[in-house]
Design a protein around this ligand. Structure first.
Ligand code: ADP
Ligand code: MG
Length: 606
């Protein structure tokens, strides 16, 4: 006796339906796409229980004739292609002719439609794909589809549905994507009788973003537009700047040739562009349209067309990453350069007179020491700062080349328009479009981090008159022993001193007053974590962490009072530093409180 049976057609159809419609969001997607393909400019969606109980969509597209209304719920019935060759050059969303048949197979479906050329509409009722009734009805031109009791006849699939909130989130994200992609479309969405979205047509993407998300976000957007001419790739859209971030990726949208897709590598490339701009674990908002030659992308790799495969994925990723990085840099340097509304040094004091009295004008030794050969350091600074416990040389670590700096008189130095100093931590700068607030610790940390990692040769070191010892465990000693170059390459001269002690004989000048115990223990911990990596990689990873740690230790802290000249110096250093918008841990070094935000707080603006 044979154990193989041929499934009856309606059972086979139910299984096939699962490929196209796995959950309510897929149904909603197919129905919206059909409405758009039919030229609709207004779409109204009503859902109950995240679409599990009821999905209703009304569109004002071209509608269908009674004959087409019959055909459209049958398998492989489509008006969009007639042969497989058409697949490579498709302009519509649908093309498989499977969606309506699949939805009909697993729901109680009602279809109302009237074609532009007909006077009357038609209503079809189908249960599990079987036609139950057909009537002539009055209906405006366009189509209304109601799908009730989704998966009523496929209990296994129904059981598989996620929690109501999860299903609803997916639908909402999907509807957002359609809104972002179709600015001329009026979309309305309600759920369990509550209106959730009512988005009339707009002319710009940032207006759409303001409609969908919070209006203030549109103040923090950067427009993107870039081409990779040779490969025929175009990236456009908007991304949020460093002042907006979220804990999740729900505001990352990618469209490839006008089709919303999910692609992990694209998000990763985008996020790489944000490196050093957002704190770890925070995500921007981005709506990006990637256009490529239809022949360079396969949209047919996923049954629901949610993923794509590029012919040149690397080129796309690279273009995305560099475009985002450059756009952020440009935007951010505009922002931070704006506060450089340099007061004319001769006539305008950097501080208002009242404040100038509060700050002693005699320069005091900087709590953050810029090495004398730092190109940004003012010539008036002492050549080398020493303390009674330190001697400047000889030095066991490579000595930086002494550079001559053209002497700058204070009047030649740029003055930032500092209008205040809040809590001895935040520097307030007035600028054309708002108040720029700089966190002195984060700013100094970044300046030092870049100095340590980029221009290490420029960092002056000092030999300690009284070398310090650091107690370590035998395990730490065994971890550290082979990696002491991590320290010496960074200006910390350190050697084993017995079984459980290390001796430090010189440090970078910035760290001269800092106990190094913490750093040494931390490095031992990092080596332990990374011990399975190759030596080069281990050193790279740890070097970065070490630079961040050294910068953090050496930087001025919150509430360390800076003098006006030191504030100016810090701002000049920051201004001349790469990646100056965040500290090495990803916290921002400065924030712009825009006029708009301030005026909004005072209800001068909505
Ligand atoms: P596909 O979109 O892949 O062609 P569907 O099953 O989604 O397959 O739809 C089948 C056909 O039904 C479409 O090709 C189209 O001609 C017609 N159709 C579906 N929905 C609509 C609608 N909202 N307005 C007008 N025609 C529609
Ligand atoms: Mg379709």
């Amino acid at each position: 006796m044979s154990i193989i049976k041929q499934l009856p057609p309606h059972e086979a159809q139910k299984i096939a339906a699962g490929e196209v419609v796995e959950r309510p969001a897929n149904v909603v997607k197919e129905l919206i796409e059909n409405a758009l393909d039919a030229g609709a400019t207004k779409i109204t969606l009503d859902l109950v229980d995240a679409g599990k109980q009821h999905i209703k969509i009304v569109d004002n597209g071209c509608g269908m004739t009674p004959e087409d209304a019959h055909l459209c719920t049958q398998q492989h019935a489509t008006s969009k292609i007639s042969c497989v060759d058409d697949l490579s050059n498709i302009g519509t969303f649908g093309f498989r002719g499977e969606a309506l048949a699949s939805i009909a197979a697993v729901s109680h479906l009602q279809l109302f439609t009237r074609h532009t050329d007909t006077k009357e509409g038609v209503k079809l009722v189908l249960h599990g794909g079987t036609l139950k009734s057909e009537t002539t009805v009055a209906h405006p031109v366009g189509t209304t589809i109601i799908a009730d009791d989704l998966f009523f006849n496929v209990p296994a699939r129904k059981k598989f549905l996620k929690k109501r909130e999860t299903e609803w989130r997916q639908i909402l994200q999907l509807v957002h994507a359609f809104c972002l992609e179709n600015l001329a479309l009026h979309i309305k969405l309600s759920h369990d009788g509550r209106e959730i979205l009512n988005c009339p047509p707009v002319t710009t993407l940032s207006d759409r973003v303001a409609q969908l998300w919070e209006p203030a976000l549109s103040q923090n957007l950067i427009t993107i537009d870039a081409n990779h001419g040779r490969k025929n790739i175009h990236v456009s859209g908007i991304i949020s700047n460093h002042q907006h971030s979220r804990f999740d990726r729900s505001r990352l949208y990618f469209f490839v040739n006008h089709r919303w897709i999910k692609n992990y590598t694209l998000s990763r490339s985008l996020l790489k562009g944000y490196l050093n701009v957002l704190p770890p674990g925070r995500y921007p908002a981005a709506v990006l349209f990637i256009d490529v030659d239809p022949l360079d992308v396969d949209i047919n790799i996923h049954p629901r067309k949610e993923e794509v495969q590029f012919l040149n994925p690397r080129s796309v990723e690279q273009l995305l990453q560099t475009t985002v990085k450059e756009a952020l840099e440009k935007h951010l340097s505009n922002q931070i350069s704006k506060p450089v509304q340099f007061a004319t040094p001769d006539t305008t004091p950097a501080f208002k007179p009242a404040m100038a009295q509060e700050y002693p004008t005699t320069p005091s030794p900087l709590p953050f020491v810029m090495p004398a050969d730092d190109p940004f350091a003012p010539a008036s600074q002492p050549q080398k700062t020493t303390t009674p416990a330190l001697a400047a040389s000889p030095n066991p670590v490579p000595q930086p080349q002494q550079r001559t700096v053209a002497p700058q008189t204070p009047t030649q130095q740029k003055q930032f328009n500092v209008i205040g100093y809040f809590k001895k931590t935040y520097i307030l700068l007035e600028q054309e479009d708002g108040l720029f607030v700089v966190d002195q610790h984060a700013a100094h940390e970044r300046v030092l981090y870049e100095l340590f990692s980029e221009r290490f040769d420029d960092v002056a070191t000092v030999k300690l008159l009284f070398p310090t010892t650091i107690n370590v465990s035998t395990e730490e000693m065994s971890l550290l022993a082979d990696h002491l170059t991590l320290f010496t390459n960074n200006g910390i001269a350190i050697e084993p001193y017995g079984e459980q002690q290390l001796i430090v004989t010189a440090t970078p000048v910035h760290l001269k007053n800092q106990p190094l115990d913490d750093i040494v223990h931390q490095v031992a911990g990092w080596i332990k974590e990374e011990q399975n990596s190759m030596q080069d990689n281990l050193h790279n990873v740890i070097n970065k962490k070490l630079h961040a740690q050294m910068a953090c230790k050496a930087a001025v802290k919150a509430h360390d009072e800076l003098q006006p000249d030191q504030i100016q110096q810090l701002l000049r250093d920051l201004y001349a530093t790469n990646n100056r918008f965040t500290c090495p841990h990803g916290r921002p070094t400065g924030w712009l409180l825009s006029d708009y935000e301030i005026e909004k707080k005072f209800k001068r603006k909505n």
